[in-house]
Design a protein. Structure first.
Length: 120
């Protein structure tokens, strides 16, 4: 008998980007995106238009001013302070958690149910 082999399911493509500070390639979802609009670099969440640069989200060493100078020039000091302040504010608030990509807290709440909810 001839056995028909079905092809293995193709792995889903995960876009990779490079951190501008350490040059390490990582999946895009693991990086923070900074966007340049009107000549100013800002941390962008949600819709991302404009020229962008990526930084490691979990590596504070990448947020040091010295490592940011190559990509952001004179704005490196301001960005470094903003990134470090963001980390301090997110770690001091235990309830803080970023929603999964493409989802909002309202969507999560709308689909979650009380543990006491019983379907009849």
């Amino acid at each position: 008998m001839n056995a028909v082999l079905s092809p293995a399911p193709a792995a889903r493509h995960v876009p990779e980007r490079s951190c501008v500070a350490c040059r390490r390639r990582r999946p895009q979802g693991e990086l923070l995106r900074l966007v340049r609009a009107a000549g100013v670099w800002t941390l962008q969440t949600g819709v991302r238009n404009g020229r962008g640069a990526y930084l490691c989200a979990d590596t504070p060493d990448c947020w040091a001013e010295k490592r940011l100078r190559r990509a952001f020039g004179a704005q490196a000091a301001t960005l470094s302070v903003a990134l470090l302040a963001r980390r301090v504010s997110s770690t001091s608030s235990p309830a803080f958690s970023a929603p999964a990509r493409g989802r909002t807290a309202a969507a999560d709440n709308a689909t979650s149910r009380s543990p006491h909810h019983v379907m009849e």
